[in-house]
Design a protein around this ligand. Structure first.
Ligand SMILES: CC(C)(COP(=O)(O)OP(=O)(O)OC[C@H]1O[C@@H](n2cnc3c(N)ncnc32)[C@H](O)[C@@H]1OP(=O)(O)O)[C@@H](O)C(=O)NCCC(=O)NCCS
Length: 159
């Protein structure tokens, strides 16, 4: 079996990224426009700075997960996780963890230490995921890493 492939996102990945987002909320067309504009730097989340990045994970020819994040001034942070999604059939296999490690390494390269993420209070799976990687509650809807290096310090599961 071929291993999973992780790499930086390309414009040609956007339709598949939009399909994953649209399975939870809004339409593919909405997400294609939004992701495209975000990655081109034409759409700015609040307090966002221009530098941003996205990584994707492929299983064979299928895009099974992606993450995106940018530099920011929000909540006295230097970085923000914008989106992270893994298709339901591939969850629980460490894909989001590997995507988060790649984004954390990018933040560290950018000298962004304190990183926030907007996460619904009711999204207990995502909260547990972030907490397991060292994030703490900041305020309703928000979690924060005081130092995103914590993500890279968590031992990877063996096997
Ligand atoms: C949150 C999400 C990205 C996690 O993806 P994933 O690839 O399944 O995550 P991983 O396999 O890397 O999981 C790592 C940790 O997350 C937690 N976790 C993941 N899925 C979980 C589940 N179903 N129940 C409980 N904890 C879970 C566990 O703590 C796990 O740690 P462990 O491996 O030591 O048990 C995925 O569930 C998802 O796409 N959810 C919908 C979108 C979403 O909520 N995004 C976040 C919005 S802020």
């Amino acid at each position: 079996m071929k291993p999973l492939l992780y790499r930086e996102a390309r414009e040609s990945d956007i339709p598949a990224m939009a399909r994953i987002r649209a399975a939870e909320w809004e339409t593919e067309e909405y997400w294609q426009r939004r992701i495209n504009a975000y990655l081109r730097g034409e759409l700015h989340p609040r307090d966002a700075l221009r530098p941003r990045i996205s990584y994707v994970c492929y299983d064979q020819d299928s895009l099974v997960g992606f993450i995106a994040g940018h530099l920011t001034r929000r909540h006295s942070c230097q970085g923000e996780v914008e989106w992270i999604n893994v298709v339901p059939a591939c969850r629980g296999n460490g894909i989001a963890s590997e995507l988060l490690r790649r984004l954390a390494a990018w933040f560290i390269e950018q000298k962004a230490t304190r990183v926030c993420v907007d996460v619904e209070s009711s999204n207990s799976i995502a909260r547990r995921f972030y907490a397991g990687h060292g994030a703490e509650d900041l305020k309703p809807h928000w979690m924060v890493w005081d130092d995103i290096k914590l993500v890279l310090e968590k031992p990877r599961p063996s096997g």
